[in-house]
Design a protein around this ligand. Sequence first.
Ligand SMILES: NC(=O)c1ccc[n+]([C@@H]2O[C@H](COP(=O)([O-])OP(=O)(O)OC[C@H]3O[C@@H](n4cnc5c(N)ncnc54)[C@H](O)[C@@H]3O)[C@@H](O)[C@H]2O)c1
Length: 275
Amino acid sequence: MSGRLDGAVAVVTGAASGIGEGTARRFVEEGARVVVADLQEEPGIALADELGDVALFVRTDVTSEDDVAAAVDAAVEEFGRLDVMFNNAGVVGVVGPIAETTAEAWDHTVAILLRGVFLGTKHAARVMVPHGSGVIISTASTAGVVGGLGPHAYTAAKHGVIGLTKSVANELAPHGIRVNAIAPGNTATAMTASVFSSDLDVEATAKGIARMSPLGYAGFPADIAAAAVYLASDDGRYVSGHTLVVDAGQTSSGMSLSPMHVGENRQIHEAGRVT
Ligand SMILES: NC(=O)c1ccc[n+]([C@@H]2O[C@H](COP(=O)([O-])OP(=O)(O)OC[C@H]3O[C@@H](n4cnc5c(N)ncnc54)[C@H](O)[C@@H]3O)[C@@H](O)[C@H]2O)c1
């Protein structure tokens, strides 16, 4: 059976964990070759080794333009082209009341969540425009669609991702490039475990998410990967400038969820590390 991404080459940022890892695995199942781009070397290398010669790990800090450019160039050099850019790396970032949020913590969070997406989009466009085709997908969040679901910097940055998606979709459409975002609701990963579970337990987190889910079950990385495959493949050929909400109907039902501007000020870093 042929895959929906046969012959395609993708860069997936944040691919060492959670949604990025699930998507890298699914992209490979669908016939793609994948650059696993992440700050975390150990799990990133382990995933690339497991996937075999269709995958390559490139240590990437998405806040660094040189790193992002190098990840894109690695796709072209190793696999010959870039068809799909998945700007997915992220952190919860700074949490707590606005009056206690330092400018430094704000900048750090926004650099990962919004500058990182800008850089990925910019460098993907650099190689896709001459080719006249490509798909750029960025992970926003339901916190990018409504207020009150996430911390302030996170919410602002994710709204920015959706704005950037619409703006760049308009520029790149004449070049045959589609630009979309995915807005996941609560999905059981290391990131949500840092919020839902005191001991970073993803299974316990899934149970907590299920209790809050209108459908009665939690979302997993595979659910977001399925949306990414749709947007990345020809199934999504008429879709651009769109944000696909994948949240069990949580935001559309107007359910109020754990706001994160209450409680103490802290930072939640990559793959759920809390400081
Ligand atoms: N899990 C959810 O409920 C949820 C909901 C909405 C949106 N999201 C978004 O999904 C994306 C993936 O999150 P996840 O839930 O899979 O979390 P995760 O912690 O499992 O994975 C995030 C990955 O991003 C990497 N990363 C962090 N900072 C980086 C940097 N500067 N450069 C490169 N890589 C970096 C981490 O090392 C990690 O491997 C994020 O953008 C997040 O905001 C997640």
